[in-house]
Design a protein around this ligand. Structure first.
Ligand code: C5P
Length: 222
């Protein structure tokens, strides 16, 4: 049995992609499978946390003993997260939130003859930055999927979004990242960094939960 290091803590986590509708039959989305977020939710639950998972559309069964709130769009994810965020101790933003959505959702299927129409986009709210901006801010952990200059972009996001920790991974490579069962992470927090070598997402999730617990306890001494 594992030590119940997160016992007594309320953990809120978002996972999966968001889906931004264009018309009744089409949407814009991304390659996130939700596997990393679900693995973290389960690892935290096993570590004793009371876990709520706000999930975009994924093909993963609902885990036992975790409260799952299913959403589709970034706006719905924002609402579900902000509804819970003020009463959680830790927020982990593992979802791949679409930065933009179609400005208008058409009531009827867009016809071919109008296909040269340009789709107008409008920006979605930044969920994690909103959580990190709450007056009673939980311990906030972000993710950063990068194709280049990982350390730079990740530490920029750590500071600009006012996060306590950010887990960065390479995407668009042969192994790891989106839709894979494996991943490697470089984790940054103010004043430090740790590398987690390529492994399965379940084991990686346990390692990450351990590090989050350690840093949470440093920030919130008993
Ligand atoms: O800036 P970027 O999207 O790469 O930042 C990634 C982090 O921000 C992730 O933790 C992601 O869940 C979060 N995010 C968010 N709301 C958005 C965009 C990203 O919470 N609209």
């Amino acid at each position: 049995t594992r030590p119940q290091s997160m016992r007594g803590l309320k953990l809120l986590i978002s996972a999966g992609p968001t889906r931004e509708p264009l018309d009744p039959v089409r949407y814009i989305t991304n390659r996130s499978s939700g596997k990393m977020g679900y693995a973290i939710a389960e690892a935290a639950q096993q570590a004793g946390a009371d876990v709520t998972l706000v999930s975009g559309p994924v093909n993963i069964p609902v885990p036992d003993n975790i409260h799952v709130v299913k959403v589709e769009t970034a706006q719905q994810m924002f609402d579900a997260v902000m509804n819970q965020a003020h009463r959680c101790d830790i927020y982990i933003g593992a979802a791949a939130v679409a930065d933009y959505r179609p400005a208008q959702i058409q009531d009827h299927k867009i016809k071919k003859q109008h296909a040269d129409n340009i789709i107008e986009l409008t920006q979605n709210p930044d969920i994690i930055a909103s959580v990190a901006g709450l007056p009673k801010k939980p311990f906030v952990v972000g993710f950063a999927a990068e194709t280049d200059d990982l350390a730079n972009y990740a530490s920029q996001k750590l500071h600009s979004k006012n996060l306590d920790m950010i887990a960065a991974n390479w995407v668009g490579q042969s192994e790891g990242g989106f839709d894979s069962d494996h991943n490697a992470l470089q984790v940054f927090w103010p004043g430090g960094s740790q590398h987690f070598a390529m492994t399965d997402k379940q084991y990686l999730a346990h390692q990450l939960v351990k590090l989050i617990t350690e840093k949470f306890n440093e920030k919130n001494p008993a």
